[in-house]
Design a protein around this ligand. Structure first.
Ligand SMILES: Cc1cc2nc3c(=O)[nH]c(=O)nc-3n(C[C@H](O)[C@H](O)[C@H](O)COP(=O)(O)OP(=O)(O)OC[C@H]3O[C@@H](n4cnc5c(N)ncnc54)[C@H](O)[C@@H]3O)c2cc1C
Length: 413
């Protein structure tokens, strides 16, 4: 069995940021990934995906964005290259194609089982990603077998989607971007939208991320939030990273000729049923956006009245929101579920799992001494799962790891 001070599980931005911090502290470690560095961007992102966070915010520890386009948005391939370059810049000790199949206690340390053998580690950081497992609601199982059904993480491009129309379920940034791409490729598209969060790409001459970071939104700590689980479940903001910095929202979808529907409520063979809640979710997203924009204006010294904030709206009267669709009659041959991600840790055999399967942790520190997490949404603060936020969390966790290793060495002496 091989020995290591710290095992990091996952070689995405979180695992690599952790590795960089441990390397600076001179702490020996190894990173294990079931795939390759940046596996998520390689295998679960569609071809035309660009990051929705602007480049200037996408720095990692000791690696700020240093390219020529700080206000641009990295493509999927550029994101992979950025992470590969980062790993190479400090010789990150990554064991690729090495899934950790089990993690258990081994005396005062941990035992990790991989296909290549077992490892013993004194501390472990789980950095397996907030967007780890594609989530498709169970009603999808009732869909007729002649309708193609896939998760947004399996979508690549319009060319590989069966001919005919597409129902996209979910108005997250993924759902909107996929719906738009399919529509622009000439497909008939129906988009089902539940609760969503809307902001414009630019406001008063700046990117919305510039404003939100100045308002302190991203550094808001988990401890400052009243209902953390509700915050974690909040839908991601409807944004896309496009060279022209244009908006990606339901009014655009409507303008492109996409029919909007409420939340999917049921599926029966070739029929899909929708809630009558589109007007409500659109109105409430618009109101929340108006509040955010008014808060920005107040911060910027402009006494804006919420009622005066002007933005594009969905024309609800012109949209024929269906209550039920016969997929065959509408020639819809594919359903794409842009319904988000979950996490599951059946391979962790330690008393840290909640009933819902999530790891119980506060700020990345679990109740098992020496076991930490990194990269989960709101782990420490609002941007903990973002490129721009994971670095400061990694520094915090590296401090915990160093103190833990120091204390356990003193105990052993
Ligand atoms: C479509 C999409 C777009 C996004 N766009 C942005 C954006 O523009 N800006 C931004 O800041 N964030 C964005 N995010 C959020 C976030 O940055 C990404 O999810 C990012 O991949 C998270 O990095 P991570 O290192 O925490 O996890 P991941 O990148 O998911 O890395 C975790 C790694 O762990 C590995 N792994 C999992 N289980 C095991 C195991 N048992 N053994 C070994 N290895 C394992 C996986 O193979 C994976 O490589 C986006 C997310 C999605 C889904």
């Amino acid at each position: 069995m091989r020995l290591i001070d710290v095992a990091i599980i996952g070689a995405g931005q979180a695992g690599l940021a952790m590795s960089r911090c441990l390397a600076v502290l001179g702490i020996g470690h190894a990173i294990f990934d079931r795939g390759r560095v940046a596996e998520r961007w390689r295998t679960t992102a569609w071809d035309s995906l660009r990051m929705l966070t602007p480049n200037w915010i996408n720095g990692l520890p000791w690696q700020p964005y240093d390219g020529a386009d700080p206000h641009g948005f990295m493509t999927r391939n550029e994101t992979i290259a950025f992470l590969e370059r980062y790993a190479a810049s400090f010789g990150a000790p990554v064991f690729e194609r090495t899934p950790v199949m089990s993690l258990a206690a081994d005396g005062s340390a941990f035992r990790l089982q991989t296909p290549d053998g077992a490892w013993r580690a004194r501390a472990v950081v789980v950095a397996t990603g907030h967007c780890d497992r594609a989530f498709i609601p169970s009603i999808a199982g009732r869909l007729s077998v002649d309708i193609a059904s896939l998760h947004s993480s399996q979508y690549r491009s319009p060319g590989v989607i069966p001919d005919g129309g597409v129902l996209v379920v979910g108005s997250s940034p993924s759902g909107l971007q996929i719906a738009e791409e399919l529509r622009r490729a000439g497909r008939k598209v129906i988009l089902s939208s539940g609760a969503h969060t809307r902001v414009p790409r630019r406001w008063r001459g700046h990117d919305i991320f510039w404003w939100l970071s100045r308002l302190g939104k991203f550094s808001q700590r988990a401890s400052e939030v009243a209902d953390l689980d509700a915050e974690i479940r909040q839908p991601n903001v409807q944004l896309a990273g496009r060279p022209d910095h244009s908006d990606c929202d339901l009014p655009l979808m409507q303008a492109l000729g996409i029919r909007l529907a409420g939340r999917v409520d049921g599926v029966e063979g070739g029929h899909v049923f929708f809630r009558d809640d589109l007007a409500e979710s659109v109105t409430s997203a618009d109101q929340r956006m108006a509040h955010i924009l008014a808060a920005i204006d107040r911060f910027d010294g402009r006494p804006t009245n919420i009622g005066n904030i002007d933005f594009r709206r969905v024309d609800l009267a012109a949209n024929d929101a269906p209550h039920m669709l016969s997929l065959r009659n509408e020639n819809i041959r594919t359903v794409i579920w842009a319904t988000g991600f979950r996490r599951a840790f059946p391979w962790i055999d330690l008393p840290v799992l909640r009933q819902d399967g999530e790891i119980r942790q506060t700020g990345g520190v679990t109740a098992v001494p020496g076991l930490y997490t990194l990269g989960f949404r709101f782990q420490c603060k609002r941007d903990s799962h973002f490129f721009g936020g994971v670095g400061t969390d990694a520094l915090e966790i590296a401090g915990h790891v160093a103190r833990f290793l120091g204390a356990s060495l003193r105990q052993a002496a």
